[in-house]
Design a protein around this ligand. Structure first.
Ligand code: OSB
Ligand code: MG
Length: 369
């Protein structure tokens, strides 16, 4: 595939409801959308960096810079036959996994279209539907929390993830546990705690949670392994795992018992598959996380999450949980059994709503071979 042209779009989309985590509130979400043209075909990708470095050090600004100055010049006007070759071409550059992953997604979409295959087929996924849950942001008070969780339960979500932070943890979990005694619950701290908070997590053990996601610092697996020794609920790492080796080392030292795989965070879909394969080989459950993606990124997440090792429900909610209007079709809907169908079209299996994309684009740039 000769890479003729790459186009970047800085996109901002209004979220239906503000999404609050321990690192801040998002009213609208920014991301970088990529379009790669090759021999008459177009591939689309989504880079999940946000407008500020709250989740991860990357931002839409750093991703744009690294794509424009380094990754795009490396592949523009070159022949790329497969993803291994793409990875080799940018291998000498360090970090910037979110930027790397966005470009890789667009290449996967192209490869799927070239070969007439869905991403699911290319990845070897079998399940036609993927079990999913919903991630619930921090709420102003208990009443709002129970109302929001209640409406998601009514919509059919059979697994709830609750965002927590210091002083909004035990109260949050016990309120939801009391109101919904049967529903599977997990929590996500986005690195808001230190080992000084061990007692909070010991208390959490009483609520029968599926997992506790990223309680401690994003750059520290040692303290996570110390915490895991003190509690019975499995720790699940998100921010700390940026590549396969991190997953292997975290498991080796018992820093976690479960891994949240976000293709966007680990440098791309191929690395996500590698972590999945590793998790499966050592019987560590994995699940697919989310970054409030548009339908572009959601299609990619559904394709990887259809692999057999993704045994826990993903943070892949229906399209209508996120935006009033999306930049791509189809809209993904929740089935009655709390699953979402895996796209079956060529590549990502989505098509772009050009008008909506234009409407939400803040900045656009075309790079030609
Ligand atoms: O930590 O999993 C996270 C959204 C943005 C940044 C980080 C996270 C999240 C979510 C939302 O929890 C998951 C989704 O896309 O539904
Ligand atoms: Mg998380």
């Amino acid at each position: 595939m000769f890479i003729d042209e790459i186009e970047l779009f800085l996109v901002r989309m209004q979220l239906k409801d503000p999404f609050e985590t321990s690192f801040g509130v998002e009213q609208d979400r920014q991301c970088v959308i990529l379009r790669v043209r090759s021999e008459g075909l177009m591939g689309w990708g989504e880079c999940v960096a946000g407008d500020n470095p709250g989740y991860n050090y990357e931002t839409t600004g750093t991703a744009w810079h690294v794509l424009e100055e380094f990754f795009i010049p490396e592949i523009l006007g070159k022949e790329i036959e497969d993803i291994a070759q793409y990875r080799n071409m940018i291998d000498r550059f360090r970090g910037h996994q979110l930027a790397r992953a966005g470009l890789e997604m667009a290449l996967w979409d192209l490869i799927g279209k070239r070969d007439g295959n869905s991403l699911q087929k290319l990845f070897g996924g079998q399940n036609l539907r993927v079990p999913v849950g919903v991630s619930v942001g921090l709420q102003p008070d208990e009443q709002a929390l129970l109302r929001v969780v209640g409406s998601f339960v009514d919509e059919g979500y059979q697994r709830i993830k609750l965002k927590i932070k210091p002083n909004k943890d035990i109260k949050v979990v016990s309120a939801v546990r009391n109101a919904f005694p049967e529903i599977p619950i997990q929590v996500d701290a986005n690195s808001a705690y230190t080992l000084d908070h061990v007692s909070v997590f010991k208390e959490m053990d009483e609520f029968n949670l599926i997992l506790i996601e990223q309680p401690l610092a994003e750059d520290d697996i040692i303290d996570h392994s110390r915490l895991q020794k003190e509690i019975t609920t499995p720790i699940c790492l998100d921010e700390s795992i940026l590549r396969l080796r991190h997953a292997q080392q975290a498991i080796e030292i018992n820093a976690c018992g479960i891994i949240n795989i976000k293709p966007g965070r680990v440098g791309g879909l191929s690395e996500a598959i590698a972590i999945h394969d590793y998790g499966r080989s050592v019987e560590i459950p994995v699940w697919c996380g989310g970054m409030l993606e548009t339908n572009i990124g959601r299609a990619a997440n559904l394709a990887v999450a259809s692999l057999p090792g993704f045994v826990l429900p993903g943070d892949i909610s229906a399209s209508d949980r996120y935006y009033e209007e999306d930049i791509a079709e189809p809209n993904f809907e929740l089935n009655e059994d709390s699953t979402i169908d895996v796209p079956q079209g060529q590549g990502l299996g989505i098509s772009i709503r050009e008008k909506s994309l234009k409407k939400f684009t803040l900045k656009r740039e075309v790079f030609k071979a």
